[in-house]
Ligand binder design. Structure first.
Ligand SMILES: COC(=O)c1ccnc(N)c1
Length: 243
């Protein structure tokens, strides 16, 4: 997979050279390229923004600069998908990360200031480019870069070969089961006078699996009842309903 990230703060994305995403890049599993939007400006001040039509505070990012950048990065007939992190976007979820991880090419446009001129998204949608305006949640950031870091990591870790044990992706929170993850424990068996649940030391795999499912259901029902409500009718078996 190729991911192009366009930003006026390329250094913000340096964290993607680390850890799993960095390993994926070095292994050739992820072709991640970070671009400075100012490379597409046409004035000596390398201007990317201007005052908003209709007045109001702040500045808006210019469509002409973004257009030159995205024309270079979004091939006319290519499979690329344009992702625009925005507080007014659809919520970015694990399901969306899974969908994006199947794409050949993503271009992530990081807005700053009051945002990007609305004609940019319109223009590429009208040209037949798939455009996802995506939000991390109901809060505002100073720019799309932090959201781009989150999205690139959430998508990159799903690529085949990136995470050592693919099975661990299944049992995660928001994984296939649609539940939050059960609590986890490791050595020492007693810490601060607190013991590990006996069932986890029993070696009885069926009981351990049942305990983990029960804990995931309890945790989800307590913290995210909306996720329980969203489960399909056949998602809960008789034993689940006893939890
Ligand atoms: C400028 O971008 C944002 O403020 C932003 C992006 C994605 N999700 C959010 N909740 C905010």
């Amino acid at each position: 997979m190729r991911i192009d990230v366009v930003t006026i703060f390329p250094d913000y994305l340096a964290a993607l050279d680390l850890s799993l995403v960095g390993k994926a890049r070095r292994a050739g599993l992820l072709d991640l390229r970070v671009h400075d939007l100012r490379d597409w400006t046409d004035d000596r001040h390398r201007t990317v923004d201007d005052t908003p039509f209709g007045g109001g505070a702040g500045m808006v990012m210019r469509p002409d600069v973004w257009g030159r950048a995205l024309d270079d990065l979004l091939p006319a007939d290519g499979p690329a998908r344009l992702v625009v992190p925005s507080p007014s976007g659809e919520v970015f979820t694990q399901r969306r990360a899974e969908a994006l991880a199947t794409e050949e090419h993503l271009v992530v446009a990081c807005g700053r200031y009051e945002g990007i001129d609305a004609r940019v998204v319109e223009h590429y949608r009208d040209r037949g480019v798939a455009v996802d305006e995506l939000s991390l949640g109901d809060y505002v950031l100073n720019g799309g870069e932090v959201a781009a870091l989150v999205m690139v990591e959430a998508v990159g870790r799903l690529l085949p070969g990136v995470v050592g044990n693919p099975h661990s992706l299944v049992e995660e929170s928001h994984g296939e089961a649609g539940l939050l993850e059960y609590p986890v424990y490791t050595k020492p068996p007693v810490w601060q006078g607190r013991e590990v649940p006996d069932v986890l030391l029993s070696g009885h795999h069926a009981r351990i699996e049942r305990w983990r499912r029960d804990e995931a259901l309890r945790r989800t029902a307590r913290r995210r009842p909306d996720m329980i409500a969203a489960l399909g009718e056949d998602a809960l078996d008789r034993r689940d309903r006893e939890v």
